[in-house]
Design a protein around this ligand. Structure first.
Ligand code: TXA
Ligand code: MG
Length: 354
């Protein structure tokens, strides 16, 4: 079949990609890089392979998998009743960090769709990911390649921490570019609905779609009868082992609060801050080894914060801290994705100084 990129065509003949594709074709599991986070891939048409994914991740079986394709046309084999707006979005933002929920065809087993009649589809931009899907010749079901509940992997070493001995192969493609998972948009009801914020931002979606609703599960902790539309959004997620809270307020109030924490420190803790505040907080900590001051990136460059976020949350686990306090960020653009992951990591606990 036609591949619209020469690099990908060459990669398809690479020995490692061929080996990985053979593993997928025979029902095995391969972790591979995408531009967002590492995925744990299996043949999306094989029920048994999907079941292996749930077991390797320790993931609840009602949490559906994203199906990755290599060409836009492949969507017609796995989804039906596809609205026109799908093609407009795909043309604008695929290949890329956007997943679209559509009505599924019978060929997608319920094991892959978590029992739903819908299927989440994504065409990643990472060359290795696309070559692997192309070489396997089947769509690849892939959740993030972490143990369920842990931060998503942004490096091959994160994948091996969680998956060594449980899967057949890891393709090391270096550190991923974006660092937070894809945007999910549901097109199965009249109004497109954002189910998970990512690097294709709400602002970008609203440029294309007349109206976009936002699933409430993105913003706050759901209560009682409320249920998120993306089953995965209901689980406590990205969670480091330590107790974690966020602190919100104007810059000077937040810094004062963090400095008070440093003074009163009685257990190993991590303060998640930004490049612009790091020196000031370090001066306050004066080398106290119980206090870890970690910068997520620069306030001026929110992409850097998205890029580092999961690596820093994993670092907190490695350091064995008991408490984590993080700054909050502006929710425009990629900030909405950053804040969604931070709030979930902190179980939505926010200290409000305003
Ligand atoms: O960036 C990404 O999307 C990465 C890379 C590997 O592509 N994948 C990823 O998959 O983040 P995962 O399984 O960790 O998250 C998938 C999310 C879950 O919250 C799941 O509930 C939701 O997508 N989802 C999948 N299928 C769905 C469907 N049919 N309807 C609603 N939500 C769905
Ligand atoms: Mg995940």
């Amino acid at each position: 079949r036609k591949i619209d990129n020469k690099d990908i065509e060459e990669l398809c003949h690479d020995d490692s990609i061929k080996l990985a594709a053979d593993i997928i074709k025979s029902g095995g599991l391969v972790a591979f890089p995408t531009e967002t986070v590492y995925g744990l891939g299996a043949d999306a048409f094989l029920e048994e392979a999907a079941k292996k994914i749930y077991s390797a991740k320790g993931r609840p079986s009602d949490n559906p998998l994203i199906v990755h394709i290599a060409n836009v046309d492949d969507v017609e084999n796995i989804a039906k009743d596809i609205p026109d707006i799908f093609y407009t979005l795909a043309k604008k933002y695929w290949p890329g960090p956007m997943t679209i929920v559509l009505k599924k065809r019978d060929i997608i087993p319920y094991a892959t769709s978590g029992g739903l009649d819908t299927v989440a589809v994504r065409l990643p931009s990472n060359d290795i990911a696309r070559a692997l899907i192309e070489a396997a010749g089947v769509p690849i079901a892939a959740p993030s390649a972490n143990t369920s509940g842990r931060p998503s992997p942004t490096k091959a070493s994160h994948v091996s921490e969680d998956m060594d001995g449980k899967i057949d192969m890891i393709i090391d493609g270096g550190t991923v570019g974006i660092g937070v998972e894809s945007t999910i948009i549901d097109l199965t009801s009249d109004i497109p609905t954002l189910l998970r914020p990512g690097a294709v931002t709400l602002e970008m979606l609203r440029k294309i779609c007349e109206r976009v609703d936002v699933d409430p599960a993105i913003e706050h902790l759901l209560t009682g009868s409320e249920a998120p539309k993306a089953p995965g959004m209901k689980y406590k997620h990205y969670a480091p082992k330590a107790d974690m809270k966020l602190v919100r307020g104007d810059e000077s109030a937040v810094l004062r609060y963090m400095k008070d924490m440093i003074k009163d420190c009685d257990k190993p803790m991590a303060l998640l801050t930004v490049d612009e505040h790091k020196k000031d907080l370090e001066a306050e900590a004066k080398g106290n080894s119980d206090i870890n001051i970690l910068s997520l990136g620069s306030i001026k460059n929110p992409d850097s914060i998205a890029h580092n976020l999961f690596d820093i949350l994993r670092k907190c686990d490695e350091l064995g801290v008991e408490y984590i306090l993080s700054e909050v960020f502006d929710e425009s653009g990629i900030g909405k994705a950053i804040m969604n992951r931070l709030k979930k990591a902190a179980g939505f606990e926010i200290i409000d100084l305003r």
